[in-house]
Design a binder for this molecule. Structure first.
Ligand SMILES: [Zn+2]
Length: 335
């Protein structure tokens, strides 16, 4: 059943590409986004990612115009792929860490501590699942340093979820999001259903985030690699949004469930919701972000929170949100 769903998802990519092009052609073009919807699916010919040193530069890469996604377009694209919308959005926490507020949020009190969760999400459909990021293994967790806890049982559950997923979507190349795939004992079984962007694939090959994450180009080239400048519908109820800033390849996601519940998953745009609500950058010495892009993204997310009362902005590492949304049943446990 799941395999059939996976095939249906992949088979629908040709149609998606066409529909996305039509949709993007008709979108408000006030920012002169260049239409480019080259999609390379598993069943299509793959353009290998070059192995030579990448010219991608974390500091200079973000040349895109300040991106203000159009919610109306995202809503349309979320239903452009034929199929049932997801019935639930689930989450798993594999590790956590606690850092001074002054490191997490510029201007934060150094004496206050902020706990950050390391998570992966799962879209649950009636006949399959899509994983949204893949968490990380213990060796990668230890490379992050700064203490914290790693939960081996959760990691084992996560690996089973990756194994049975119809698709695994990677938001960006950072270790806490890709290591669950790169270091998976089931890599050869799951690689063909990993979806990511060209930039993420290039960075994974040429600039692995941690030494544990070195991966050969021929392995990454087993993924589905998609190239898009603005939005890309991935499956019913989920649209990737190209949002460089946190890293050169960062993406956010619009998600719509059968119930009508909408989410914007802002991934690592802020480490905590208070980055977003206070319009305040992260303040860690090892993080190099494009401040203009991040501030534009904060502005968009704050505007959404003010005007779209039923839409929930998710933040991959926010601890309070992880606890509260699970308590309210808005996020479930991964299956
Ligand atoms: Zn992260």
């Amino acid at each position: 059943m799941q395999t059939n769903t996976g095939k249906a998802i992949i088979a629908s990519f040709n149609i998606i590409t066409l529909l996305a092009e039509i949709s993007i052609n008709t979108m408000n073009n006030r920012r002169n986004f260049i239409k480019k919807t080259l999609l390379i699916g598993a069943g299509l010919s793959l353009s290998p990612i070059p192995t030579m040193a990448s010219n991608l530069d974390e500091k200079n890469i973000v040349k895109a115009p300040l991106f203000t996604p159009d919610l109306a377009q995202l809503r349309k694209l979320a239903t452009v792929i034929v199929g049932e919308l997801p019935q639930g959005l689930n989450i798993i926490r594999i590790a956590d860490t606690t850092r001074p507020a002054s490191v997490v949020v510029k201007g934060g009190d150094p004496k206050r501590k902020i706990k950050l969760e390391r998570t992966a999400y799962q879209l649950e459909y009636t006949n399959g699942t899509i994983m949204l990021d893949s968490g990380m293994d213990e060796a990668t967790h230890l490379h992050f340093g700064k203490g914290g806890n790693f939960y081996p049982d959760s990691y084992a559950t996560l690996q089973q979820a990756l194994k049975k997923a119809n698709m695994i979507v990677l938001s960006h190349y950072h270790g806490d999001h890709v290591a669950g795939v790169v270091r998976s004992p089931y890599f050869d079984e799951i690689a063909h259903k990993v979806w990511t962007s060209t930039k993420t694939a290039e960075l994974m090959i040429n600039r692995p985030h941690k030494p544990t994450l070195k991966i050969a180009a021929d392995k990454v080239n087993q993924f589905m690699i998609s190239d898009f400048d603005t939005y890309q519908p991935i499956a019913p109820g989920i649209v990737a949004i190209n949002t460089p800033g946190h890293s050169a390849d960062s993406k956010m996601f619009y998600i719509r469930l059968q119930s009508g519940q909408e989410f914007i998953h802002s991934v690592d745009t802020g480490w905590a919701m208070e980055n977003i609500t206070r319009n305040s950058m992260k303040n860690a010495s090892w993080i190099k972000e494009d401040e203009k892009q991040i501030m534009a993204q904060f502005a968009w997310l704050n505007r959404l929170m003010a005007t779209e009362k039923d839409l929930i902005v998710l933040c991959a590492h926010d601890s309070g949100q992880y606890i509260n949304l699970r308590k309210q049943g808005i996020l479930g446990d991964i299956v």
